[in-house]
Design a protein around this ligand. Structure first.
Ligand code: SF4
Length: 494
């Protein structure tokens, strides 16, 4: 099924396409019809914007299956910069498109017409622009048609994040990527490689430590301090205990001021006593042991080389060895999983009592194997129930939601949510999701971000993602960071 999109504001084409994709999935929005097109066009969605009588009008007509649906929304014309006017009129167009599609399909979407990645930021922007909490809530419920459950989730997150939003401008986060895994998960879209015989690990680690040392010099020269570090990937624990020790030792030496330090010990099959002992010797404050599912048949189906039992054993071993902050990740809508299977995963997690829990929704990205095999994303009520039961499980454990983000291609247009016990919030996650602090990212595929000035303009310095290219060109990655840090923040001058 494909819908042809027409608009008298070409700049809004993609945004209207985003709304169409919310209802019908990837590849359903078409913008041009070539004469020899064999596209299976089933209808058209036409948008027209005009200004009259002091109002902006956004009219959207949907012709689908022989039926026609129409909606016009208006907003008073307000003075503002071209960017603000564009934002307002775009929002109006998307809402009108959403409403006609909702009438035509009868579907209720959890996030209504919102297509952005970070709804928490949008909510906070409303408060900062002078709206009261009630007004902002009403706007989400009525204008954007977000369901009450999702609005209450947003408000819970805003409350939990209170006190974490002010980050000193001379404070940054550090991300270190270890792009190796024992096998590749079928939904993986990262640039990580399968570790294989491990021949790339040593040269990679040497390059990484070189980038680490160059970055430490850069930060010192700019008077910047690292407050949190996150070692992710990939699977950092796919390094040997000796390699992990070198990495942690050089990192703690270069940045002794780090107060929060997470290591993604993601795959339980890569965790052993020796590696946990290394992490205990260095000030690793938080680790993540990720089951994704506690059902062995699912773990096989998604290409993970461990069992549920291995996950439980790794978790218990880490607890015994004194880790007091352990996160677990789960994913809803995994291939073949029904509600009972997801409930089983939550039951096991409930018994283990981790300190934080992340409930992801499966997203099928273009570079994943699921996309390659044309696995059809699930869109059903059951997925929403899984996400809601994940939230209930976190609440049973005494946790509260503290960050949330959405991605394209997610099952049932849902979200990823991080929950944590009081005192076990991962500050790095909040900084990263809310973009409150700059991040220096080391390793293949890392993207450094500098948050600039009062308007939070973001400057990025990406590292190359190919592992071999990264090893060859590591000094260039440090130079890119230097240029990013040296850039003068134009918009915040004066
Ligand atoms: S553990 Fe993470 S990085 Fe590794 S293959 Fe799976 S999804 Fe990709």
């Amino acid at each position: 099924m494909q819908l042809l999109i027409r608009t008298n504001v070409p700049a809004f084409q993609n945004d209207l396409g985003d709304v169409v994709r919310l209802f019908f999935g990837e590849g359903t929005a078409v913008y041009d019809l070539a004469p020899d097109s064999d596209a299976a066009i089933k209808g058209t969605l036409s948008h027209e914007q005009r200004e009259s009588g002091g109002l902006w009008h956004a009219s959207v007509t949907l012709n689908l299956g022989g039926e026609s649906y129409e909606r016009t929304l208006t907003e008073p014309v307000q003075p503002g910069s071209p960017v603000e006017i564009r934002r307002l009129t775009k929002r109006l167009a998307k809402r009108a498109a959403y409403l006609v599609l909702k009438s035509a399909t009868g579907r209720v979407l959890p996030w209504g017409s919102l297509t952005g990645i970070r709804p928490t930021r949008l909510f906070r922007q409303q408060l900062e622009s002078g709206r009261t909490r009630d007004e902002a809530r009403q706007m989400f419920l009525t204008d954007f048609d977000v369901t009450p459950g999702r609005v209450s989730l947003l408000e819970e997150i805003l409350d939990t994040q209170d006190g974490y939003m002010d980050v000193s401008p001379d404070t940054v986060d550090l991300y270190i990527g270890i792009p190796f895994c024992t096998t590749r998960c079928s939904y993986c879209s990262f640039s990580s490689g399968v570790i294989g015989d491990g021949h790339l690990v040593e040269p990679y680690l040497s390059a990484l430590l070189r980038e680490l040392s160059g970055t430490a010099d850069l930060l010192a020269a700019h008077g910047l301090h690292v407050h949190t570090a996150y070692i992710g990937g990939g699977t950092p624990t796919s390094l040997t205990a000796d390699q992990l020790e070198r990495l942690l030792s050089e990192t703690s030496e270069a940045f002794p001021e780090i107060t929060e330090w997470t290591v993604e010990a993601g795959r339980p099959d890569t965790i052993d006593r020796a590696k946990l002992a290394v992490m205990r010797r260095f000030p690793v404050t938080r680790i993540s042991i990720n089951p994704q599912s506690m059902n062995d048949e699912t773990l096989i189906a998604i290409g993970r080389a461990h069992t549920a039992e291995q996950c439980i054993l790794a978790y218990r071993m880490a607890r015994e060895m004194g880790f007091t902050d352990i996160n677990m990740d789960t994913i809803t809508a995994l291939p073949g999983e029904n509600l009972d299977m997801f409930r089983h995963t939550l039951d096991v997690i409930r018994d283990l009592r981790p300190d934080s829990l992340t409930v992801h929704t499966l997203a099928i990205k273009h570079s994943s194997r699921l996309h390659e095999i044309r696995y059809e994303q699930r869109v059903d009520e059951m997925i929403r129930q899984m996400a809601d039961e994940g939230r209930a499980c976190a609440a049973d454990l005494g946790m509260r939601a503290y960050y949330l983000y959405r991605q394209k291609y997610m099952a049932s247009n849902l979200e990823n949510v991080g929950y944590a016990l009081p005192g076990k919030i991962c500050r790095y996650n909040i900084d990263n999701m809310e973009e409150t602090a700059s991040v220096l990212a080391l390793g293949a595929g890392g993207i450094s971000k500098r948050i600039m000035g009062r308007d939070q303009r973001i400057l990025r310095a990406p590292n190359v993602s190919n592992i071999e290219t990264y090893i060859e060109r590591v000094d260039e990655m440090t130079r890119r960071k230097a240029e990013m840090l040296d850039a003068i923040p134009e918009s915040s001058e004066g």
